[in-house]
Design a protein around this ligand. Sequence first.
Ligand code: NDP
Length: 495
Amino acid sequence: MSDIPLLPHVEAFLRRQHALFIDGGYVQSHSGQTLEATNPATGQVIAEVADADPADIDAAVASARRGFKHWSQVAPATRGTVLFKLADLMEQHREELAQIETCQSGKIIQISRAFEVDQAAHFLRYYAGWASKITGQTITPSLPSFAGERYTAFTLREPVGVVVGIVPWNFSTMIAIWKLASALVTGCSIIIKPSEFTPLTILRIAELAMEAGLPPGALNVLTGTGLVGKGLVEHPGTNKVSFTGSVPTGIAVGQSAMGAGLTRATLELGGKNSAGFLPDVDLDKAVSGIIEAGFLHSGQICAAAERFFVHRSQIEAVMDKLAQRLSALNIGSPLDERTEFGPVANRQHQLKLGAFFDRARAQNNRIVHGGRLIDRPGCYVEPTIILANGVDDTLLNEETFGPIATFLPYDTEEELLALMNNTPYGLSASLWTNDLGKALRMVPAIEAGTVWVNMHTLLDPAVPFGGSKSSGVGREFGAAFIEDYTELKSVMIRY
Ligand code: NDP
């Protein structure tokens, strides 16, 4: 087992004194305060970034307002061209970006390459294609005509203004790309606030965006703690917030946004997603499905499933086979290409997962596999299978955001649907069966923004994504994002 060597410019990038990215270049923070970025695979500090203060927030917003004024007047096709160029540059710098991402997040290098670069570029191109296809409508009003006058009306889709994009640590690049692509393609400018745990890759992407031809101010990056996000949301110069993160922070952000003069808010929040397996599914396929649904990127995916409902006649066999598969996983350094299961993203998260294991034990849940922190440097936890005693157990209700699959048996399809819906959240769910007719009849009864059949977790830019119930407000992807990033203006004409 050995790590791939870091590229020389990755090492040089990490050694830099990272500043804030404002107005097309790096600017030192007013306070000079910094935050450390730590590699969760080793526990070592790998870089220092600026911690923005209120004066930096003012500077970034002023830059973004100037950027908006200019960028919103750029021809739509040119906006698309710049985003296509950025996608090309990301691919040209694939290994560099993937290595930076793996060092800051502990994501295994194969996932950094495939999702944080390849998929992010794929999403970026999807959005770029919309640039020249955003249209309004023409309407004929039915107003009275007394002297032969006539009327016509049309709608304009206008960019909403300066967007604040607040990004979590789990997919720091891909989620930032969703936000900046939606904003820039519609003619908005954007200020990205990455998580304090993963501030680095987006800074390099901002440099590439300038190389792609984005004008200064159209994209700014402010690193710092949650206070920076709060300051941006509450700033009178920002017009919209696009937030992805946890439910409690999302609710606070939504309240701040409303309080700041009805700033528009899109909230993509967490959940407690369900996967339901009907008894006709082959056991090996069910186990592969559970690994796809619950263990990709150590379960640190908002759409991942954490609640697994399997027919009583099969649940022991499924958990046995799953335990065998998890035992065989290659757990190791995320920079080793053979590693299948790496660390979780930070110490705080590792300790939170440890507390969930303690809670499961305290509630007499059966730990079928795993259930411990791994005693080695870095933030590792064991991939874990838990059998709950009943619907009220903590592990069936609170989002762990980790590699913990909690199971409960069911007897009838009605019971399965009731269990799947027994949560205040509704981001995603999956149903696994060979009977497509039955699946199509059950799908409308499942309360979730996305329902997968015989698959889980995978997202496509053409398919809208977002939460129902307490998992969010608004949709990303498809054509749905256009409504969130534009204002509809109606124009009526008498002639
Ligand atoms: P958090 O909610 O803790 O943080 C998300 C972002 O918000 C971070 O950049 C954070 O900064 C910032 N932030 C913190 N406090 C505030 C505030 N008061 N005002 C504005 N911004 C603030 O989430 P995590 O980073 O821990 O990410 C994990 C969560 O994200 C999970 O619950 C997961 O389900 C959810 N998620 C949802 C997705 C979806 O599409 N629905 C996708 C991915 C994740 P800092 O980190 O510096 O504190």
